[in-house]
Every structure is written in structure tokens, then in C-alpha cells.
Design a protein around this ligand. Sequence first.
Ligand SMILES: [Zn+2]
Length: 584
Amino acid sequence: MPQPATHEFEVEMRVPALPGHETAELVFPTWAPGSYLVRDFVRHVIGLTVSDARGRTLARERLDKQRWRIQTAGRPFVVRYRVFAFEASVRTSFLDDSHGYWNGTSVFFHVAGELARPCRVTVVPPPRAGWRVATALAPVARARNSYAAADFDELVDAPFEIGRHETRAFKVGRTKFELALYGRCNADTGRLVDILRRIVTATGRMFGGFPFDRYLFIVHALPIGSGGLEHRASVTMDIAGLSFEDDAGYRRFADLAAHEFFHAWNVKRIQDAALARVDYTRENYTRLLWLFEGFTDYLAHIIMLRAGVTRERDLYRMLAEDWPKYATRPGRNETPLDELSYEAWIKQYKPSENFINRSVSYYERGFWAGMALDIQMRLATAGRRGLPEMFRRLWERFGRRGRPVDEADVRDAAAAIGGRRFDRFFDRAIRGTDELDLPALWRRAGLEVKARPEWDQRGKPPAERDDVRARRARAWTGIDLHPERMLVRNVVPDSPAWRAGITFGDDIVAVDGARVNPATFARRVGDNKPGTRVAIAYFRRDLLREATLTLAESPARTWTVTADAHAKAGAAAVRAGWLGMARR
Ligand SMILES: [Zn+2]
């Protein structure tokens, strides 16, 4: 990286002699394991040259967008190229005068058929920049900034952070943990380290130890947080750097860290056959992303509780806020979870306008399915065993032994832990599209659950009542507007607006002849009672149109979830086991 301002990594790849091979095929990865989308990283490769050890250019033929055949005569050769690194995300690479970062699949070629060869990478930071290197790869003794990987999989599974990041380290037992924190961040770093220490301790306890000697958290503090990407002995997390004014910022950090760290087992070691042997050149289809992502998302919340990073009331508040978002999502029961997983490559990261109406993320439905299975297992075992124990079994029987899992193995593990089979659940919630009824399960697990319409003021103290606001919340069009513009983002199927023909991208200008803006639209609609006909004027492709629709009653509900003080002893035991309170 001699010129960071160009955002170009200069890469030199030296390949040893491959006796008996007249040609070698250079291959560039097209996706980053952990992020299920064809990204064509090769589009950022420029200035490719291939020469022999004496500098003579070798003949080459481009076979497709990401493969070249080189005439090597079996002798060593050198590949030189530059990579334009200007996408600041966990799965790509980035270089400027403040730091360099790469996720290996966006920077490294491999030679076809030679993935199992050991690799060694030497980093040359910009001169006199004072940059340091952080990576999970083992340093090579007596070689400056050189690191060794057992094979190409390990090489690209260890992202590199190079710069003047802040570093912290701590130990849990004999295992060493490091934090490399880049960017402008208003968090108390000591508190971030405390959160990480608590989370890794609670997770290690769940699995009975750590499957590595050393683990690295690379954290990028950026203007907007965009999530993480998991690896076997490290993780990259992109967080909103200036979001730590209050506890919510720390909770979001803990949630992301708990999710990513759980992946060190679930998906990086507990894997199905499709992900255990990666093909870097094409889609790798798996039907288990509900397990790898949805269940991970769910268990992050259980781990945060056990780690003492959150409290029960935080979980109850999350249930009350997130459940209605899911439960009113029109597409939540359209496609089975295993199919959503298979289709990740074409839908999850390429959502079309009707995604919310006709589909759902395997993270979201998988989260609630994981919670449903955990509670059912707790109900079957008087609260004693559930999803954490199921994952420990999957780790011990499959992950630790390098054996891939499939859905049947997960079903068997659930049965072994829960003491009965849960095939009905798997058939309906994973392979089927049945409604997930979490509130019913929460009640059986000792929670008190209430849902009431926003306009219902009964039982509220007079000081909290707002009759005008409540009345206005009653009428409903089914239109979801862009937050800052009058563009229709979605229309709920079978809602009044849907029946009146309003659709994505319509540009609303007036309700009953009165001009509206994002702040006044809901008020003008809410001035009317359900059953009233209103005229909505809008532009579609610059032509003015008008639709008349009959307002319905809003399906929105405000939920409250609390521990049921009058729960029977059995239900209270299920709750205590479920939330891990018995174990702290
Ligand atoms: Zn994940």
C-alpha cells in the first residue's frame, strides 16, 4: 500500500513450481463466506501481469470473468495486480490514508486445485506511517509483518486491519482475546472490553471452553453501523462510532458481538456440507441459514442476559417492540424457512419492492422460530434444557469432530435434549409456513402479555392520555411512506390503499384536496373515522391521478410483556430456565 490515497492495494503473488502442470488456472473468489451473495470481487482487480521468476511475461488466456489460464510449464510464477479498495464494509476491502482493511476473498487469487497449500502473506504498510497489523493468522517467526495460513480457506478467513487502531487484550482462562478498534468512537473503550469479556465468558460456558487459543475482534467505528462478518478466530464489526451516548448504543454493540461470537461455533464449526467445503466461484446453497443466522440472532439475546449485559426487562421490552413488527409483516408466512435459506443468493440481498409483502428474512423468522423451539424444549423439561444445550450437543457430536450437520441431525439433537421429538414443530415452522404463536408460548413460560389498539386509552393514567392523538391512530390506509418523502414504500396487501390501486413509488400530494407532507399525512387521514371514504391525489410517473379509498381500522397494537407475578410454579421454572436466571 505505497499510495493509500489511491485506494489501491498492490499485490504480488508468488506461486511455487507445480511440476507436471503445463498450465495453471488463476481464480478470483466471487463471494465472501458468511455473506450469501455473488459479489464479483474481481471487478476491482486492475493491472494484472503474470511473469516467470526471471520477469518474462507468460502467455495467458481469460476463461471467464474471474479465471485466467497461464502457460507456466510447471515453473514458479509471479502474479502482480492492484485491487481498488474503496468499499468500507466487513466483507470487502478499504484503503485510505487512515487505515487499510481487507477481507481475503476481495484481495487474493488462488490457483485452481491448490486450495490446500499453505500460504504466507507479508504486509508492507505505507512508509513512515506508523501502521500496525492486526489479524488472527499466526505471525511467522523472525519475519516482519509476515503471517502463515494452513491453506487458502484459512488465509481468506482471517481479515487484516492495518493502521493506528487502538488495541486492547484480555484473557479468559488461557484463551487470549484482542480488540483492534479503528475510527472515531465516543464509547468508553473499557466498557466495550468489559462487554466483550462478559459475552465470551458466557458463550464459552455454554459450549464448555473455546475452540481456539486466540481470538480477534476488529471493530470499525464508522458513520453508520452495518453489521459484522464472522470468522473462525476473528470477526469484523462495523458499528456506528458516535452512537454511545446512552445504554442503547452499548446494548447494540453487545448484541452484535454476541451474535458474531456465537458464530465461532454455529456456522464456522457447526456447518452443513455446503458450507464446510467452500466453492469460491459460485453460489453455495444451504437450507440451514435459519439455524446459522436466525437461531444465532436469538441466542445472542440469551447470552447477553446470562452475561449480565442486559436484564430481563430489556428482553421483555425487545419482545414488545419487535414482535408486532414481525407479526404484522405480510410476507412472514409465505415461504418456508429452509426455502428462504436456499434463496438467500437471489432474494435476501437483492430485495424487490414486494419483499416485505411476499417474503421475510431468515434472520427474522428464524429468530422467532428459535425462541419457539427453545420454549417448547423448556416446557418439555420443566425449564431445565433448551437451545443452548442443543447447540452444545451439535458442537460436541459434529462441529468438534469436523462432521457436517443436516436438518435431521438438528431434529435428533432437539429430541435428545428435550426428551421428546419436535418433528411437528420442524415440519410446520421450518419446512412449513404456519403462523408462529410466540405470545401463547410466552404465557406458558410465565410471562404476562397484553396487546391493545393504540387508540384504546382505557386504564391509562390521565396524564398519559392524548385523546386527539389516539383518535387519529384509528383510521388506516395500509400505506407505508418513505420517512422523508411522500413516496409510497409499501402498500399492505388487501388494505384500503391496495384495493384502491395505490402502489410502490406513487408520489402522494393531497388527502381530500389538502396538500400533505410526511409530517401531516397520517394526521389528515386520522381526522377521519374508519369507514370514511377519502380521496388521495398522487403522481405516478409524473401524471396526476386520484384514488378514493375507504379507511379501515388500524391493525396496529401496542404490546406490553412482563414477568407474570401470579405464574404457577411450573411456568416460573420454565421462565427461569429459559432466561438462564437459574444459572447465573
Ligand atoms: Zn450472522
